[in-house]
Ligand binder design. Structure first.
Ligand code: SF4
Ligand code: SF4
Length: 178
């Protein structure tokens, strides 16, 4: 009984209707972009809605993400985040939950991107909002959550992923400062 209550409380940490929110914001931004383009509005007139959208994101970050201890602004709001979620289908990096998983559900609260729930764990892989951040990996006592990159070992795959990600961040920062 205590175990099932514990599972229920973890399930409540999920972001409700995240896909409905994600698609809504993505479609909204696309409509605004198309309307702005077709009407040929000047940069200054388009700046207002852009600033309003950015402030909305900052508000979600401050008032909702912090409270829920999840990246709600990334998972349910940011249109780029939604596009990136689908880019994973062309990424050679994968993450799986192996058959050694005991179903303890300890990893669920560790995922800031709402990509681990009971159904995801049963399906053997994190949900579509997984960013491969790796926060959940060390919470699994049986090492059931693993990175994959072609024939490399899970550890080598993770190290390669970290190397590439960190390198790209450094490159981006370097370019931004040029
Ligand atoms: S992946 Fe690991 S932490 Fe998550 S439910 Fe399975 S055994 Fe538990
Ligand atoms: S790597 Fe783990 S913690 Fe990070 S987003 Fe994916 S499932 Fe969540």
């Amino acid at each position: 009984m205590a175990r099932s209550k514990s599972k229920d409380s973890r399930r409540k940490t999920a972001i409700n209707n995240k896909w409905a929110w994600k698609w809504s914001f993505l479609v909204l931004v696309m409509i605004f972009a198309i309307v702005f383009r077709l009407t040929g509005l000047s940069g200054w007139l388009t700046l207002g809605p852009a600033i309003a959208f950015a402030l909305m994101g900052i508000g979600i970050m401050i008032f909702i993400s912090r409270k829920q201890k999840k990246m709600v602004h990334c998972v349910a709001f940011c249109p780029i985040g939604t596009v990136v979620n689908f880019a994973r289908f062309i990424s050679p990096f994968r993450m799986s939950i192996e058959s050694s998983c005991t179903g303890c559900m300890q990893c669920i609260p560790s995922c800031p991107y709402d990509a681990l729930n009971i159904e995801d764990i049963k399906s053997g892989k994190p949900g579509l909002t997984c960013t491969l951040c790796g926060d959940c990996v060390t919470t699994c006592e049986v090492n059931a959550i693993r990175y994959h990159f072609f024939r490399l070992s899970p550890t080598a795959s993770r190290n390669l992923y970290l190397f590439i990600t960190i390198s790209l961040h450094i490159l981006g920062l370097g370019l931004a400062r040029m």
